[in-house]
Design a protein around this ligand. Sequence first.
Ligand SMILES: Cc1cc2nc3c(=O)[nH]c(=O)nc-3n(C[C@H](O)[C@H](O)[C@H](O)COP(=O)(O)OP(=O)(O)OC[C@H]3O[C@@H](n4cnc5c(N)ncnc54)[C@H](O)[C@@H]3O)c2cc1C
Length: 178
Amino acid sequence: MGEDRTSTQVIVVGAGPVGLMLAGELRLAGADVVVLEKLTAPTTESRASTLHARTMEILDSRGLLRPLGEVPNDRRGHFGGIPLDLTLPGPYPGQWKVLQTRIEELLGQWAQDLGADVRRGHELTGLTVTEDWAEAQVRLPDGTTATFRALCVVGLRRRGQRRAPPGRFRLPRRRRHP
Ligand SMILES: Cc1cc2nc3c(=O)[nH]c(=O)nc-3n(C[C@H](O)[C@H](O)[C@H](O)COP(=O)(O)OP(=O)(O)OC[C@H]3O[C@@H](n4cnc5c(N)ncnc54)[C@H](O)[C@@H]3O)c2cc1C
């Protein structure tokens, strides 16, 4: 076990679009944030490529649409092959084509510009809750480990994955309050 490297208010696990958006929002609210991401470089894997109206509205509210430039739009969509008319009232009707890799790049830059500390090659391997802190055990890029402390740790569990959260660390038992 290595030495403690950092103490912060919030640790966000995962520099995907959700983690990066959350990190930026937390910074806007004034919280200190460290984002732990196990990958050493952003993924080039092709995943999401479509944004819907509400996502566009949220990005717009944070001034994040302009850097995307001209975004291709299709006012029709489908659900399981059944055509859907997406022309609901609103500023961004329809679906909009932006690769997830581009969104992650944009949100990553935004969050870091706001002061989020994004650490790549840092994998959460364990979590302990004490009276005062949540302590995250983290595998560092050089293979050693360190403990990061925070008032709050945010991570996501994949749908249907009740017992083995991402990273396969064990979640601490929830305390029973009298
Ligand atoms: C093939 C495919 C197509 C898709 N198409 C669409 C689409 O068209 N439109 C759409 O809206 N959505 C689509 N999705 C869904 C979309 O990709 C996900 O909803 C989105 O990636 C979820 O974002 P996230 O930030 O929650 O998680 P992720 O993008 O999965 O990010 C989680 C991050 O956490 C990191 N991580 C995991 N465990 C640890 C750990 N222990 N320590 C540190 N870091 C860790 C991972 O490396 C990863 O970078 C698609 C998904 C797939 C697989």
